[in-house]
Design a protein around this ligand. Structure first.
Ligand SMILES: [Zn+2]
Length: 261
């Protein structure tokens, strides 16, 4: 049964998006890097914090947790393998989180790469994906801890979710990501259309997140590293010396993005 949950976008820092899932009364904060931003949103919407969900250990995702726990002693769900002191419910691949106040169930997907313990949360009823810094609109997170092979496996898991899933990533990096995507696939018509649509949103001051997983699969080069056009471009631009395995192609794509202005 679909219930009446909503999601608030809480901008923080330069380009972070923190997320609040709520039913008009209770609220769950996802990756609350900034407690003040979360507390202001809770007050504005008259919401009671009932839980915190964390995807990985970086400060812009967990920095607000101590102050939020002083405000309300709520359970903190987070990755078992990312060593976050505040976590009360340590999660692994295949775990399921049930949040009774919201009647919300979330499946836990291990997505190592950006950090080794990184997890994503997928709501199988609503088709919402909270993926932290793993999959971005038009891009993916940097490989700070894991390997390209791990990240490719992680993104494959996310790409296998339903096409109509909404991708709630943690940063507004979309236009920068799409500029790179167009460098990789200049002939991709859907990508060209997406760039125009996302630029219009930004000009109107609107977020480009969440995005539709189907559109990511059609336009995000990091979900398309096996596409013939992408591999051909890696060769033509001398990012790979010859055809290699999938993980090597993905690694070359990620390195190319790291150095892309
Ligand atoms: Zn991060």
């Amino acid at each position: 049964m679909k219930n009446t949950l909503s999601i608030l976008n809480v901008p923080a820092f330069d380009d972070n998006y923190l997320w609040i899932i709520h039913d008009g009364k209770y609220a769950v904060a996802v990756d609350p890097g900034d407690a003040d931003a979360i507390l202001a949103a809770l007050a504005q919407h008259h919401l009671v914090l009932s839980a915190i969900l964390l995807t990985h250990h970086h400060a812009d995702h967990i920095g607000g947790v101590p102050a939020l726990l002083r405000h309300a002693a709520v359970p903190v769900y987070g990755p078992a393998n990312d060593n976050i002191a505040a976590v009360t419910h340590a999660l692994h691949q295949g775990d399921s989180v049930h949040l009774p106040e919201l009647n919300l169930t979330l499946d836990v997907i291990a997505v190592p790469g950006h950090t080794l313990g990184h997890i994503a949360y997928f709501a199988p009823v609503q088709h919402w994906l909270f993926c932290g810094d793993t999959l971005f609109a038009g891009g993916c997170g940097r490989l700070f801890e894991g390997t390209a092979s791990q990240m490719l496996d992680s993104l494959d898991k996310l790409a296998a979710l339903p096409d109509d899933s909404l991708v709630y990533c943690a940063h507004e990096y979309t236009l920068s990501n799409l500029r790179f995507a167009l460098e990789v696939e200049p002939e991709n018509a859907l990508l060209q259309q997406r760039m125009i649509a996302e630029q219009a949103k930004r000009q109107d001051g609107l977020p480009t997140v969440p995005s539709l997983l189907k559109l990511e699969k059609q336009t995000n080069p990091f979900l398309r590293s096996r596409e013939a056009a992408v591999v051909a471009r890696l060769l033509a631009c001398e990012k790979i010396p010859a055809l290699q395995d999938d993980a090597s192609h993905f690694a070359a794509l990620r390195v190319w993005k790291n150095h892309y202005a």
